[in-house]
Design a protein. Structure first.
Length: 447
């Protein structure tokens, strides 16, 4: 075992002892530690200051009861969270997730990743994440509103436009942000940019809805250009059918990609003819308004619906855009066997450790989530800027900024991840994201 491997093992042993029963958090930290510990060995000032140990201990974790009444008059109790991971380079910033699986481990992994991602955007934002184990599926609009209001009644004490600025994530879109912003404004009596992903009428930014999915494709475009290739004509598999997946598919279609899959937690559709913009508009209506299942697409457009995930379908480019650990070793092997050349991650930590290793060994271009999906939070940062200066930029202006930020993320990954003729985008993203936060933490001394 090399010195680096020993250091990594020792570090992970300590982390797992201090954070028992949190497998997603362990996974996210290990993914970073394998690159950062060797880097820290070469930069002993970071080692002496124990920067990685400090970054993996959140600044604070707020856990609270969320009580609400359903339409039948039953009292419901959920658990709400906000993890404020690190504010070395700016106020805490990160989404809110409403999903029954939400727990401390999942939110700690997300807040930790967010710290690196936000650093890569070049904007002044620290890392945070929040949410609740509330299941919005099957709930009426009035129930969702009451839940959001109750959630914000406690959360409002812990956030603020210069303190912590939440946004959406799984189960939290424009509707939920609207309910939460309304309740914050009512309680605090200030109209301020405390949430991002707001509707345009009350301080939202153009392109925020589109930003994550567009950014995922922009990073793919940059990886392919760097490798002398392009999206035009490529067969693309996309998982998910929510915010990130639909706008990822939209930009792929615009750039000439042939998108053949979308999924939800019940399974995936395989449309061999290719998903068109018209069909995608139908999916957006299905998911955002009618709140239906992706299987209905198969009935509507006459294609196949299968249980499971879409990684068995042969493709040139793959875009996991649903959730964590949706691409495991067997899926990675299938992608490799079918000749997939590149992957850009829309979801946070969609690939498990075994899959990452297989893809790297096969030298598949692989943009990790903290780089590939940073476009969403980047445009959130631009929404904050617009709120501060009380100006609204045009869609073209915001998209130009987004494109530039994604190109800069590609270049940072390439600079720190170069390995002969292959770019290890994971390594590049980890080191570039870490450096900026670490240097700020060093400047503050021991806090
Ligand atoms: P949405 O709630 O809009 O959509 C989520 C999609 O993923 C749905 O199709 C959902 O299916 C599916 N999904 C969720 N959980 C599971 C699961 N356990 N197994 C299988 N499918 C699942 O969320 P977003 O599109 O906003 O988020 C998708 C991913 O992108 C998440 O990992 C999120 O953290 C990440 N992300 C989001 C950003 C944003 O700006 N929104 C920014 C950066 C990253 P179903 O409807 O059946 O639940
Ligand atoms: O994971 C993410 O980057 C998000 N859910 C978006 C966070 C944000 O603050 O826009």
């Amino acid at each position: 075992m090399s010195t680096d491997e020993k250091e990594i093992e020792q570090f992970m042993h300590g982390l797992m002892r201090r954070n028992p029963g949190q497998p997603e958090f362990h996974q996210a930290v290990e993914e970073v530690a394998v690159n950062i510990i060797p880097f820290v060995e070469q930069n002993p000032e970071f080692k002496k200051a124990r920067i990685l140990e400090r970054m993996t201990e959140p600044d604070r974790i707020v856990i609270f009861r969320v009580c609400w009444e359903d339409d039948e008059g039953n009292i419901r109790v959920n658990r709400g969270y906000r993890i404020q991971n690190n504010n070395a380079i700016g106020p805490y910033k990160g989404g809110i997730r409403f999903h029954p699986s939400v727990n401390e481990s999942i939110l700690k992994f997300l807040a930790f990743e967010q710290t690196f991602k936000n650093s890569l955007t070049g904007l002044p934002m620290g890392g945070g994440k929040g949410g609740a184990d509330f299941n919005p599926k099957g709930r009426s609009e009035a129930e969702v509103m009451r839940f959001c209001q109750s959630f914000m009644t406690e959360l409002c004490r812990h956030i603020g436009p210069d303190t912590d600025i939440p946004a959406g994530d799984i189960g939290v879109g424009a509707r939920e942000v609207g309910f939460m912003f309304g309740q914050y404004k009512r309680l605090i009596n200030r109209f301020e940019g405390v949430l991002t992903g707001k509707a345009l009428e009350f301080g939202g930014s153009h392109i925020r809805n589109e930003a994550t999915g567009y950014g995922v494709v922009y990073l793919m475009e940059d990886m392919l250009t760097h490798a002398g290739n392009a999206i035009d004509g490529k067969v693309c598999t996309v998982s998910g059918s929510g915010n990130v997946a639909t706008f990822c598919a939209q930009k792929l279609i615009e750039l000439g990609g042939q998108v053949v899959t979308l999924s939800d937690s019940s399974g995936y559709i395989h449309d061999k003819e290719g998903i068109t913009q018209e069909k995608l508009d139908w999916v957006k209506d299905l998911k955002n308004i009618r709140r239906g299942r992706i299987s209905e697409y198969a009935d509507e457009f006459g294609c196949e619906f299968y249980e499971g995930r879409p990684w068995d379908i042969p493709c040139d480019l793959a875009f996991p855009c649903a959730t964590q650990n949706e691409l495991e070793e067997a899926d990675a092997q299938k992608l490799i066997d079918n000749g997939c050349m590149a992957i850009s991650e829309g979801a946070n930590m969609p690939s498990n450790a075994g899959a990452i290793k297989l893809l790297a060994d096969a030298k598949i271009l692989h943009a990790p989530s903290k780089a590939a999906n940073a476009g969403g939070v980047a445009v959130s940062g631009l929404e904050m800027s617009q709120n501060s200066i009380r100006i609204s930029w045009t869609p073209e202006e915001v998209d130009t900024h987004l494109r530039r930020i994604m190109a800069s993320i590609h270049d940072q990954c390439a600079e720190y991840g170069e390995d002969g003729d292959y770019i290890d985008y994971m390594k590049g993203a980890n080191i570039a994201g870490f450096r900026k936060v670490a240097r700020a933490m060093m400047a503050y001394g021991v806090i």
